[in-house]
Design a protein around this ligand. Sequence first.
Ligand code: XMP
Length: 517
Amino acid sequence: MEKELVIVLDFGGQYNQLIARRVRECDVYCEVKPYTISLDELKSLNPKGIIFTGGPNSVYDDASPKYDGAIYELGIPILGICYGSQLMAYGLGGLVKTAPVSEYGHTETIVDKSSVLFKDINVSENDSTICWMSHTDYIAEVPEGFRAVAHTANCPVAAMECRERKLYAVQFHPEVMHTREGIKMLRNFVYDVCGCSGDWKMDSFANATIKQLREKIGSGKVLCALSGGVDSSVAAVLLSKAVGKQLTCVFVDHGLLRKNEGDEVEQVFGPNGNYELNFIRVNAQERYYKKLAGVTEPEKKRKIIGEEFIRVFEEEAKKIGSVDFLVQGTIYPDVIESGLGDSAVIKSHHNVGGLPSVVDFKEIIEPLRMLFKDEVRKVGRELGIPDYLVDRQPFPGPGLGIRIIGEVTPEKVRIVQEADYIYREEIAKAGADKGLGQYYAALTNMRSVGVMGDFRTYDYAVALRAVCTSDFMTAEAAELPWEVLSKVTNRIVNEVKGVNRVLYDCTGKPPATIEFE
Ligand code: XMP
C-alpha cells in the first residue's frame, strides 16, 4: 500500500518545517517542497493534500512566489496559510488588499463551527478562540464559490473555504503553539478534508531512512562525524544499521568537550561498545587551542572550529582511502538558524554554515536534516538506543568554545569543565532536571573583585544557564530552586580555582539565544 503523503509547498515563510512536523504529529507523513517544483512532479508524488505556507511577500509584488493556477483544478485538497491563503484568494479571483490595521500576535478570532476545519475545537461563548496572526495584507473579498468561515475585529476573512473543491485557507498560523486550537485544525484538514487515515509512525521514518541510505551508499565507504550528542549518535546508529562496517565514525576530541565526555563517548561507540562500526578517536586539543588563540569574535570562533572539524575528517578519510560520503547529524533548527534558505543568519551552526566551500567528499549525507530535536529522540528510541543517550541534553558542535566568552585558552576550558561538572552533578542529585531542555555553566569574560580568606581576589565570573524548551527555537529561563543554585555557587567558588562569582542567566530566547555565542 502506498504511504499517505501531505506536501507542504514552501513560499518562504519561517514555519515551513514546523507545519510539516505538526502534520507528522498527526501520524501522516509530510514533506516540504519548494514552490519551484513543477506541477507534474507534484502530481507524480500523489499527495493526499497540499499546504501552502506563509511567506514575507505580497501577492501584488511581481517578484513574489506564485504557483501554476492549474493546481486548484487537480481535485487535491489544499490549505493555504497566511501568504498561502492570500495566494489562493488572489489566484482564484478574490480581492487581497493591504489591511488598514496589521495584526501581529495573539488575536481573538470568531469561527464558524459549521466549517470542518473547526470541528471539535474549543471556543468561548461567542465562538472565539485565540489564533496567532502576522500579516499586513488580508483577503478583503473571497473568490466566487468561497465563504468566509472566521473573522477578527480587523480581518473580515480570517479563514475561508470552498467545500466542493476542498480548498481551505487561514490567515493565521495554525502550526504555532500560540494558536490554541491550531493542531486540531490541521488534524481536521488532513483527516476530514484530505481523508488520511494516519498510517505513519516514527519507526517508518527509521526503516525508510535505513533503506534509502543502503540504496544510496551501495558498497561505498562512509565517514560519520560523531560528537556523542543525541543528533550525531542517532545518525551514526542509522548508518550502522544501514551499512555496518562500511561506516567509520570519527570522534574529534577538540579539547572543548565536557569533563570526562571523550571517554564516555568511546565507551558507547568504541570497540567495546554496542554497535557495528569502526570507531576512531582523534585527539586534536592542541591543534584547536592553537587555531583559537587570540580569537574573540563568536562567528569567527565558530567558523574556525567548524572548518577544523572538516579538515580533521578529510585527513582521516584520506587515511581510510576512497571515502565517498560524509554523514552529519544536522537537524532542522541548525539549518534555519544558519540562514540556509531565506531566513536571517542567527549563528553559523557548525556542521552547516561553518562548512568550508571546498569539501573533499563526493557527498554529504544529513539524514536528520528535516527533523526537530524531539523527533530525533523518538527515532533514537525506535532504534533501541538507550534512554540515557537519547535523553541526553544537547551539546553544541563547537562545544565549550561557544560557552567561553572571548578568547579560548586551556585554562578557561578547565574552569568551565569543572564548574559545569559541579552544576550538572548538583542538578542530578536534587532531581532538578525534570522539564529542563538544557543547562550548563559558561565562563563570562568578566573578572571582578572578591575576597577570599583575608585576600583580595580578581577572578572570573561563571554564568549558569538553564532553559525550558522542547523545540530549541524558543526557550524560557528555568526557575531553578534557590537551594540548588546556592549549593552550586558555593561549590564552584570553593572548588574551582580562578572563579570568585557565580551569576544566573534569567533571559529567555528570544531575545537571548540558548548558547552565549
Ligand atoms: P541557540 O544558542 O542558537 O541554540 O539558541 C539552539 C540549540 O542549538 C544548539 N547549538 C548548536 N548545535 N552546532 C550544534 O550542533 C552548533 O554550532 C550549535 N550552536 C548551538 C544549542 O546547544 C541549542 O541546543
